[in-house]
Ligand binder design. Structure first.
Ligand code: SF4
Ligand code: SF4
Ligand code: FES
Length: 291
């Protein structure tokens, strides 16, 4: 981490912890009027919004408000959080229908609007603001992991390291997964890995020390073709990963080059498929033993 990144990180943590501390002071000290939140209360079977009113505190983030309500008005309100500094990705939920980190969203941003807080919609609700995101971890396990025939530590060019940095920033908040219409609206969970994992696969595909190819998996198991490049995923990413431009489009180009280039198709028919990474012949159906 650079000095500048470190300074911003410390400022962000400081800001978040001050906001959190303020909410726990005597309300009469810090209150500047009141704030209202409408929070989903329920589970996978159903539920409804419940309105809560609490003292407004300058700089308060929505997570502060939810924790205040949990501490003073609704002890059984379920919310998932951890770092309170936009680092762990745990507090992702929806504010007014859009995925947000609750710890990074200031109440003041919603001045003049009602604030509706709901769990992520693309995954099953467990309770209140907590949804079950375990499907993402299963999907992660279905991706061929980093594979190399070299021993670490690796010697790598600086430009390769820099290219690998952006996708590695992911905090696994799954907000990109939540906003993607392929999952959110069309529920293609079994056959579409989603933008978070396209980012991961692009990281693996770019890694100069990785020897595997995931192009066949992207085309046949992980549904890259379902993505129609709406860029909604990039817009919600809290760490500014350019998911569509820097991960999905390059992967689509590589898959098209590998599978839809007529010259390559003919060569594959004649002599079998060659691994795009290693050049090794891996068979007409992608099997290393040929065939
Ligand atoms: S660009 Fe693709 S992956 Fe991203 S939200 Fe749109 S359809 Fe989903
Ligand atoms: S790519 Fe961005 S939005 Fe998606 S899970 Fe990672 S940090 Fe969250
Ligand atoms: S609590 Fe960690 S990102 Fe919000």
């Amino acid at each position: 981490m650079s000095n500048e990144d470190g300074r911003q990180d410390a400022e962000q943590k400081d800001m978040a912890s001050k906001a959190h501390a303020n909410v726990h002071q005597d309300e009469t000290d810090a209150a500047q009027g009141t704030t209202k939140l409408k929070i989903f209360r329920g589970d996978g079977e159903g539920g409804k919004e419940v309105e809560y009113e609490l003292p407004a505190v300058e700089g308060m983030v929505v997570l502060d408000a939810v924790l205040y309500i949990q501490a003073h008005q609704a002890g059984d309100l379920a919310v998932r959080w951890n770092c309170k500094a936009a680092h762990c990705g745990s507090c992702s939920a929806e504010i007014n229908g859009k995925p947000k980190l609750l710890c990074k969203s200031r109440v003041e941003e919603y001045e003049g609007q009602e604030i509706h807080v709901h769990p992520l919609r693309a995954f099953p609700v467990i309770k209140d603001l907590v949804s079950d995101v375990s499907w993402n971890y299963e999907t992660s396990r279905s991706i061929t992991p980093f594979t190399t025939d070299e021993q670490a530590p690796f010697i790598m060019y600086e430009e390769d390291v820099e290219r690998l940095y952006e996708p590695k920033k992911c905090i696994e908040c799954f907000m990109c997964q939540d906003v993607c219409h392929v999952l959110r609206t069309h529920h293609k969970h079994p056959e579409f890995a989603g933008p978070r994992f396209f980012t991961r696969m692009q990281w693996l595909e770019m890694h100069p020390k990785d020897t595997e190819s995931r192009l066949r998996g992207l085309k046949e198991e992980h549904g890259l073709g379902y993505c129609n490049i709406t860029k909604c995923c990039s817009e919600v990413c809290p760490v500014d990963i350019h998911i569509t431009d820097n991960s999905i489009i390059p992967l689509k180009e590589r898959v098209a080059d590998e599978y839809y280039d007529p010259a390559k198709w003919l060569m594959r028919k004649i002599r079998g498929r060659r691994s795009p990474k290693t050049g090794e012949i891996i068979g007409r159906n992608g099997n290393r033993n040929g065939g």
